[in-house]
Design a protein around this ligand. Sequence first.
Ligand SMILES: NC(=O)C1=CN([C@@H]2O[C@H](COP(=O)(O)OP(=O)(O)OC[C@H]3O[C@@H](n4cnc5c(N)ncnc54)[C@H](O)[C@@H]3O)[C@@H](O)[C@H]2O)[C@@H](O)CC1
Ligand SMILES: Nc1ncnc2c1ncn2[C@@H]1O[C@H](COP(=O)(O)OP(=O)(O)O)[C@@H](O)[C@H]1O
Ligand SMILES: [Mg+2]
Length: 279
Amino acid sequence: MEELKPDILHEVIQKRFAQANKTSFGNALLIGGSLQYAGAILMAASAAVSSGIGRLTVATQRENLTALRVRNPEAMGLDWSHHGPVLDQVRKCNVVLIGPGMGESDEAAELVRATMRAMRPGQNLVIDASALNLIADHHIMVPTDVFTIATPHQGEWAKLSSVMIPYQGSMELNDLQRQNLNLDVLVLKQHHTVVLSDNRQVQLQIGGPYQATGGMGDTLAGMIAGFIGQFAEPRRATEAAVYAHSAIAEELAAHNWVVQPSLIADYLPNYMARINTNL
Ligand SMILES: NC(=O)C1=CN([C@@H]2O[C@H](COP(=O)(O)OP(=O)(O)OC[C@H]3O[C@@H](n4cnc5c(N)ncnc54)[C@H](O)[C@@H]3O)[C@@H](O)[C@H]2O)[C@@H](O)CC1
Ligand SMILES: Nc1ncnc2c1ncn2[C@@H]1O[C@H](COP(=O)(O)OP(=O)(O)O)[C@@H](O)[C@H]1O
Ligand SMILES: [Mg+2]
């Protein structure tokens, strides 16, 4: 399979134009974070802010909003139990990330279903973690007219696609199920993650076990949303986020036994400035 190379960063991360304002760099909505898994959506939010998204709103369980404001005052917050304002925001933004730490309650399933229904052509949808399991368990249809990116680990992909882990080495099988599930891009996370889309299959050759820690995927999901929100072409933006996430982890691993996912978000603006500059 073709290797995902660092060229992708130079292609995607483009210098900002001088007259730009926050509306020039996307409007993202992240949905997730039950009481038990609040950290997942907070890590995704940090990653999206650090990536440079123009505007960010987080819809989460009410109790998590104070923590969100402390960790990322840049983000706006919504109580996810009020579907009206959340779905209004779904319609306004150009990228939605749903799933990190969402949990698998019936209320969470209902919000996934309502979000899918509210989305319109031209918008982008990143589906991660609990939302993938909810789609599988509740037979929720992924919209066909929205650009969708799914980011399962191997366990989540086995459940969603019925391609069991020993068979996931077959890209033919994975890609067939990607298409059957209406996914435009599949980011199948593992050691040497693969990214599958129409007529293109690439594999990451960097990264390592210093990334095997809770929250690493939540951070990647926030970066993907942040990159898609602000850079052209969602497929290339996804690939660039996948590359940058592990490249930063590899740099940090030179001096850290384990790479804390939050540290990747903190390091991201510095890393991006070394790819391109806004000066
Ligand atoms: N600080 C937080 O709030 C965190 C919240 N998280 C969230 O917690 C929710 C549940 O995550 P859990 O980690 O409990 O369970 P998961 O739903 O991620 O599933 C874990 C199970 O999947 C199987 N599996 C197979 N291949 C795997 C692979 N390559 N990587 C991981 N698991 C594999 C294993 O049997 C494992 O028991 C998710 O919504 C997730 O986003 C986690 O991201 C960890 C950190
Ligand atoms: N041994 C490893 N080598 C390279 N990358 C890894 C390794 N272990 C985990 N990762 C990466 O860490 C992330 C884990 O994602 P995920 O399982 O969704 O974590 P979480 O849900 O806890 O945030 C993925 O990007 C995966 O590729
Ligand atoms: Mg995950």
